[in-house]
Design a protein around this ligand. Structure first.
Ligand code: PLP
Length: 387
């Protein structure tokens, strides 16, 4: 029962007898906790991660969430952060020291790349970005000082995957830790810790919260790694999640499986209808049989979610932006994983003063399918394409 998803979502980590048998946990909106005597205080200090001393360390509302998400991923423990970015940067920091080397998949989430390329280089940490689909390329980059292999499978624009089992086997052979940004798949569709990955990270902002009203992150790992990260990074850098936000995420989490199922079914309907359209050159979706890594996606993911990218067959940026302007039911916005359909046209990031153009062509638009009826979304998109 302990690892049954309904038990995890409905009961795990909750102590109703402590709060009037309320069905939903209270928001323990406090900075500090009172001790009946010095002895209890001394006891708590010895294990701050699992005690209630100060909300910067551990808070009962946040703790419920920690327990639930780590159980969903099949890890021993988790830490909640103020953002997915904080979870990523603190994970990388926890794995390296001066002179160490990190191998990271190419084109990860943009701030993941920045932590390595602009921040940690200041402290003598070197890095390589690699085509993660090529295990020999990863192998060739391993040096004696390589401490971390950072994966993101799939990424969230072109959906490149890594063979997680193969990456884990390679890293273990060389005594290298593995971490993965698992935001795209959610804990419902992929559990990398069960494939041997040491550290699993989510931008909780996306599917896990799922309602576009909270920014948060999580790191799931073993007791040992979490405890070390708690003392060496979490307490030092202080990027914590508030109890109020934790409460919203607990509510979001209750419906995660049914939201994922809905988004999955709608996306498949929409993709079937769009494929072969005369203004579409290519459609990227890992569960589409034409996707280059389709077999791998099917092997290591049980679902693929609501992100897909369209390469439009249009003559120039202006004609693409003309189509985009006609779309009304998919909103132009960053992020994804909420209740609402979104689109992110790459063309919007072209020719910005003082900025390099992206590595992704202007003809690519990333779409996110929300909880709307698929027909409602399709009707709008097809009408815009006809105009
Ligand atoms: C959004 C996102 C992040 C960053 O999360 P924030 O909560 O916005 O800091 C990291 N990785 C991926 C894949 C994301 O989509």
């Amino acid at each position: 029962m302990e690892d049954h998803i309904s038990y995890i979502l409905n009961d795990l980590g909750e102590h109703r007898e402590k709060y009037f048998n309320a069905m939903s946990p209270p928001i323990i909106q406090t900075s500090n906790f009172v001790f009946p005597g010095v002895d209890d205080f001394r006891q708590a200090i010895l294990d701050e991660l699992n005690s209630h001393i100060y909300t910067k360390g551990n808070n009962p509302t946040v703790e419920i969430l920690r327990k639930k998400i780590s159980a969903l991923e099949g890890t021993e423990d988790a830490l909640m952060f103020a953002s997915g970015t904080a979870a990523i940067s603190m994970t990388i920091m926890s794995c390296v020291g001066q002179g160490d080397h990190v191998i990271c998949v190419r084109h990860p989430y943009s701030w993941t790349a920045t932590v390595l390329s602009r921040y940690l280089v200041r402290f003598g940490v070197t890095y390589d970005f690699v085509d993660g689909s090529d295990i020999n390329a990863i192998k060739a980059l391993i040096r004696p000082n390589t401490k971390l292999l950072f994966l993101e499978s799939p990424n969230t624009f072109t959906f490149e995957l890594q063979d997680i089992h193969a990456c884990v086997a390679l890293a273990k052979k060389h005594g290298i830790l593995t971490a993965i940004d698992n935001s795209h798949a959610s804990p419902i569709f992929q559990q990398p810790a069960k494939m041997g990955v040491d550290i699993v990270i989510h931008s909780v902002t996306k599917y896990i919260n799922g309602h576009s009203d909270v920014v948060a992150g999580v790191v799931c790992s073993s007791h040992e790694i979490i405890k070390k990260m708690f003392i060496d990074e979490f307490m030092v850098l202080g990027g914590i999640l508030s109890p109020n936000d934790a409460s919203l995420i607990i509510r979001g989490l209750r419906t995660l499986p049914i939201r994922m199922q809905r988004v999955q079914e709608s996306t498949e309907t929409i993709i079937k209808a769009l494929k072969g359209h005369k203004k579409i050159k290519r459609l990227l979706y890992p569960f589409d049989p034409d996707f280059p890594q389709y077999e791998l996606a099917r092997k290591q993911m049980s679902g693929c979610g609501g992100l897909f990218t369209v390469e439009f067959d249009l003559p120039d940026i202006d004609s693409l932006l003309h189509v985009i302007a006609k779309v009304k039911r998919w909103k132009i916005a960053v992020s994804w994983g909420g209740h609402e359909a979104l689109m992110l046209p790459m063309a919007a990031l072209y020719n910005l003063p003082g900025r390099d153009n992206p590595h992704i062509p202007w003809s690519y638009v990333r779409f996110y399918v929300g909880l709307e009826e698929p027909e409602y979304l399709l009707e709008d998109l097809l009408a815009a394409l006809e105009a």
